[in-house]
Design a protein around this ligand. Structure first.
Ligand code: ADP
Ligand code: MG
Length: 227
């Protein structure tokens, strides 16, 4: 099992006037290639902060984060931006598609931000579109697509550079039950097929069976979930 994403004793504190709020408290987490880990927990417990730290958007107050053999804390801000563009895919609660672009052009966009560092180079946008079952809607703009279809485009877009790490924040929040199952099954399948280490935050207990492990965030601390 190759560990791709590794958080070691990560603490994130936010200063709020006089107060210090501990959003993440000594969190350690290893995610292997091909594994999808679900994080559940109450609102405000630190789930999004965990994803922000794992994706080099937030620098921890203490502790270390590795993506492969890269220690993010040893990187300059510029290097962290490059790592984010090239090695990390983000999928958010709403798809964050660009309204003016067609489905196919949404997938071309990440390839303009940085070169793909993966030895196989970037994916082909048309092939990626087909792999999420959307090839017949290549010319549609977001307003001409359903929520589930937009989320599938968002997932495809996140995978274009062949990222090592996929970070997903409540991907089914705007979807009905059936679309939720499809979208999470797609995420799990893509992680497994391409050896991506995936972390998915969710409130949706109906989709947890697609995941390899489920952890619970409680007040900034990560605990195993008892069944
Ligand atoms: P969740 O995603 O589980 O709802 P978050 O990770 O968004 O939780 O937030 C964890 C805690 O950290 C919350 O109390 C939130 O208010 C606080 N927080 C998050 N980001 C910031 C910030 N940039 N500045 C101050 N406090 C923050
Ligand atoms: Mg959140």
């Amino acid at each position: 099992m190759t560990t791709v994403l590794s958080l070691s004793e990560v603490t994130v504190e936010h200063r709020d006037g006089e107060e210090t709020l501990t959003a993440l408290d000594d969190v350690s987490l290893d995610v292997a290639a091909g594994e999808i880990v679900a994080i559940v927990g109450a609102s405000g417990s630190g789930k999004s902060t965990l994803l922000a730290v794992a994706g080099a958007l937030t620098t921890p107050t203490s502790g270390t984060v590795h993506i492969g053999d890269i220690d993010l804390s040893a990187c300059t801000p510029r290097q962290r931006t490059a790592i984010r563009c090239e090695r990390v895919g983000f999928v958010f609660q709403s798809d964050n598609l660009i309204p003016a672009l067609t489905a196919l052009d949404q997938l071309r966009l990440p390839l303009t931000f940085g070169r793909a560092t993966h030895p196989d180079g970037p994916r082909d946008p048309a092939e990626m579109l087909a792999s999420v079952g959307m090839e017949h809607k290549a010319g549609r703009r977001p307003h001409q697509l359903s929520g589930g279809e937009r989320q599938r485009i968002g997932i495809a877009r996140a995978l274009m550079t062949r990222p090592r790490v996929l970070l997903v924040d409540e991907p089914t929040a705007a979807l009905d039950r059936e679309r939720s199952q499809e979208v999470v099954a797609l995420l799990a399948r893509e992680a497994q097929a391409h050896g991506v280490a995936a972390v998915m935050v969710t409130h949706d207990h109906d989709v947890l069976h697609h995941c390899d492990r489920v952890l619970t965030m409680i007040d900034g601390r990560l605990a195993p979930t008892s069944a």
